[in-house]
Structures are given as structure tokens and as C-alpha cells.
Design a protein around this ligand. Sequence first.
Ligand SMILES: Nc1ncnc2c1ncn2[C@@H]1O[C@H](COP(=O)(O)OP(=O)(O)O)[C@@H](O)[C@H]1O
Ligand SMILES: [Mg+2]
Length: 224
Amino acid sequence: MEAILQLRNIKKTYFINKPNELKALNGIDLDVYEGEYIAIVGESGSGKSTLMNILGLVDSFDGGEFLFDGININEFTDEQLCELRNEKIGFVFQNFNLIPRLTAQRNVELPMLYYGKKRKERKEKAEELLGLVGMEKRVMHYPNQLSGGQKQRVAIARALANEPSIILADEPTGSLDSETSKKIMKIFSKLNKQGKTIIVITHSSEVARCANRVINLKDGKIVK
Ligand SMILES: Nc1ncnc2c1ncn2[C@@H]1O[C@H](COP(=O)(O)OP(=O)(O)O)[C@@H](O)[C@H]1O
Ligand SMILES: [Mg+2]
């Protein structure tokens, strides 16, 4: 079976050719298979978020190759990358990144809006996804009327809006207490059992334990 994501000697340097040049990623080789649940761990500044942003087609890299579903994306235009990202990837962040002026339901509908889905379809899908994460009773709540854990549930529902095959989460429990974190991790495990590929950055060994594979980053490299 071929990996859905293949990184070959990926490098990312900030301030290229400047005296204070900074190698954020220093030759990353990584294969991610469909249905995997991967935790990325490592000290602050080790390159976790940089790696995630490259995996999520958000950031460029300046060396190496990236095959997505077997296709080399090095020559893709920004537009092609954007399309691939919207279709295949759902993002979850530490600080939820919900839109304050929109209800939970509207937040979840937002990614579908860009796809031109009809109003009724959007509403139904948003309700279904909010139900999946246990938020069926908070559909009309605004973010500031929700707890941290509830906000993260809404954010996960939003990440699922366009039925991505891959979920990327950067410290999704970083702002949550340990009880709430456990509940959020249960949702990720459930999604993984439903076939989603999940990659989670975390500081927590408890969170990392939920994964099938742990990748340890140090100074921009994968270490054993
Ligand atoms: N936009 C940027 N410009 C310059 N340096 C950056 C930028 N983003 C990250 N870095 C640097 O790259 C290294 C890796 O950062 P990051 O991937 O955010 O690490 P982590 O998520 O593991 O804490 C750090 O030394 C950080 O300071
Ligand atoms: Mg980070």
C-alpha cells in the first residue's frame, strides 16, 4: 500500500542566507498511511507546527519532495494547493479559531459555503456534525457562550465539514483541562475508527498515547 503523504528530505529554513539563518526543518522523511493516527511530539521550537503546516499544504518548503496521494505537489500552483487542501484536510487549532459573531452552526457551515453548498444541505450537515461531537444542544450558541471543550467540539465539527480524509490538529488540547482533554481525544479516536487519518501535535504524553504511532521531533529532525 502506498502512503497518502510522503515527505522526502523536506527542509524549511527561515531567513535564508542571512547570518541568523534558522533551519526549522532539517531533512524530514515521513510516510503517512491512510487510517493512521499519529502524534507528533517534541520540545517547543523543534519544528512541529512548521511540519504540520507543510503537511497541511499551508506552508511552502525549500527543499525535498512532497507526494500527496502519490502526486508530487512541488509544481502545484497556489490555487491547486488550496483546492487540494479544502478537499482533503481539516484543521483543528489550540485556540479553536471560531468566528465570534457566528453561531456554532454557522461556524460549521462556513467551509461548506466556500464550496457553494445549498443552504438546507449546509444546515443539515452542520447539525449532523455537531451531533457527532455531542453539541446538538448548542447549535445556536455563540462561541463566547461555550466552554473551551465545547468550542473545540465545534471546531472539530467545522474541520469535518467538507468530509476531509485527513485531520491535522496542532495542540488541540493545549488550552483544556485534563478531563476535557480526554473527552476531546475520545472524539479523535472515534473519527479515526471511522477511517479518518489523524495527525495530532501534542505536549501531553496522555494524548500521545491515544495514537498508533509517535513521531519525535528534535531540532527539525525526526529522532527515535
Ligand atoms: N514565521 C517564522 N519566521 C521565522 N522563524 C520561525 C517562523 N515560524 C517558526 N519559526 C522558528 O522555527 C522553529 C520551529 O518552530 P515551530 O515549528 O513553531 O516549532 P514548534 O511548533 O515545535 O514549537 C523555531 O525556532 C521558531 O522560532
Ligand atoms: Mg507549535
